[in-house]
Design a protein around this ligand. Structure first.
Ligand SMILES: *Cc1c(COP(=O)(O)O)cnc(C)c1O
Length: 390
């Protein structure tokens, strides 16, 4: 049996979404920027998708800009604000996705000042620490909506209010959250929001950046006049239609999916916590319904990952981007875990089609693998004896 517990890395494309996309490959293939009938057909479909995409975050359709996904949206938001300002100070967190972190590193190398705020033991940044970091020359606050490794939700509403009061643009990387939890950009005072279709049953390679009408961002792609001249390039009609359909579907099914995922993730965490020396990361914070990030004392998660893979169970040793390298997760390190603990951690992320039976199998296989690895591990024997110091 194959069990996919890595929905936070990507999901499959929903059958209805695929059906909505299909006509735009072979028939409705006109360029949405062309004025003939073929073009107008595609244009109509893009407009519908713009409404659907806007609706899932409570935005106006004219504030949605289609991109190639979360990474591009993050790059555009952060570099766009920086370029408009020319110089200044950026506030972000130490647990952002690399798409934000590396963009901020790049800007730091170009003379911008960047503050990377720490997080507490639950992986949350506090609004107070954001407030304290604000300077007269702060040009941007970028804090993710939910962390991709732990599912921990950040206090986005509080931070948005603060940013709004100070007149500082507020960007949130909501790639993990869109389609999974309710979001309203007005109620939360969000000025810029990144999303990506493949994290909520849409296709890969398409996403959007929400840009509040009052926020001025520079041109990101130079070329044609698409997306109000800000993001040139022939629109990806099938992808955009897929994003829209996935957004609409998510809006309709969010509550029931969340309930199902919450039930399964609780069962998974409880089942795994029966193992001694095991913890659930971010347990004290509000989290996305499907994320379970566990630390198993005395083992290497890479080995556990391999055991589970042999059993047909797909999980993650942190973010997909940093697996392959054996680096411990910087997110878990920022939460205060030791190198050894971070290396003993695994993310399982549940999707709407996982079943209770699959979860029970995953619990059973994981427990067996952890026990096997611990039996082989001198590290664990030492820990039990209380003499392990790292
Ligand atoms: C997946 C992810 C991204 C990158 O999105 P892509 O569409 O794959 O480029 C950015 N931020 C977060 C939080 C993510 O989970």
């Amino acid at each position: 049996m194959e069990i996919y517990l890595d929905h936070a890395a990507t999901t499959y494309t929903d059958e209805h979404v695929l059906e909505a996309m299909r006509p735009f490959f072979r028939q409705g293939y006109g360029n949405p920027s062309s004025q003939h009938g073929f073009g107008r057909t595609a244009q109509k479909a893009v407009l519908k998708a713009r409404h659907q995409t806007a609706s899932v975050i409570g935005a106006k359709p004219e504030d949605i800009y289609f991109t190639s996904g979360g990474t591009e949206s993050d790059n555009w938001a952060v570099k766009g604000i920086a370029e408009t300002a020319g110089k200044g100070h950026i506030i972000t967190t130490s647990v952002e996705h690399h798409a934000v972190l590396d963009t901020c590193d790049y800007l730091a190398s170009r003379g911008f000042d960047v503050t990377y705020l720490p997080v507490d033991e639950n992986g949350r940044v506090t609004a107070e620490s954001v407030a304290e970091a604000i300077r007269p020359d702060t040009i941007l606050i970028s804090v993710m909506f939910a962390n991709n490794e732990t599912g921990v939700l950040m206090p986005v509403g509080e931070i948005g209010k603060l940013a709004h009061e100070r007149g500082i643009p507020f960007h949130t990387d909501a790639v993990q959250a869109v389609g999974h939890v309710p979001i309203d950009v007005d109620a939360l005072n969000i000025d810029l929001l990144s999303m990506s279709a493949h994290k909520f049953y849409g296709p890969k390679g398409v996403g959007a950046l929400y840009i509040r009408g009052s926020v001025r961002l520079g041109r990101f792609m130079h070329g044609g006049a698409q997306e109000k001249g800000l993001r040139a390039g022939t629109l990806n009609t099938p992808g955009i239609v897929g994003l829209g359909a996935a957004a609409q579907l998510a809006a309709e099914t969010m509550v029931q999916n969340a309930k199902h995922e919450r039930l399964l993730s609780s069962r998974l965490a409880e089942g795994l916590l029966k193992l001694p020396d095991t913890r659930l990361n971010g347990a004290g914070a509000e989290r996305l319904p499907g994320h379970v990030n566990m630390t198993f004392g005395g083992i290497e998660a890479e080995a556990l990952f391999t055991y589970l893979d042999l059993d047909g169970i797909a999980v993650s040793t942190g973010s997909a981007c940093s697996s392959g390298s054996f680096k411990p997760s910087y997110v878990l390190r920022a939460m205060g875990l030791s190198v050894e603990e971070a290396r003993g951690s695994l993310r399982m992320s549940i999707g709407r089609e996982n079943t209770l039976e699959q979860i029970d199998t995953a619990i059973e296989k994981t427990r067996a693998a952890v026990e096997k690895l611990r039996a082989l591990s001198p590290l664990f024997a030492q820990r039990k004896g209380g003499v392990m110091h790292v």
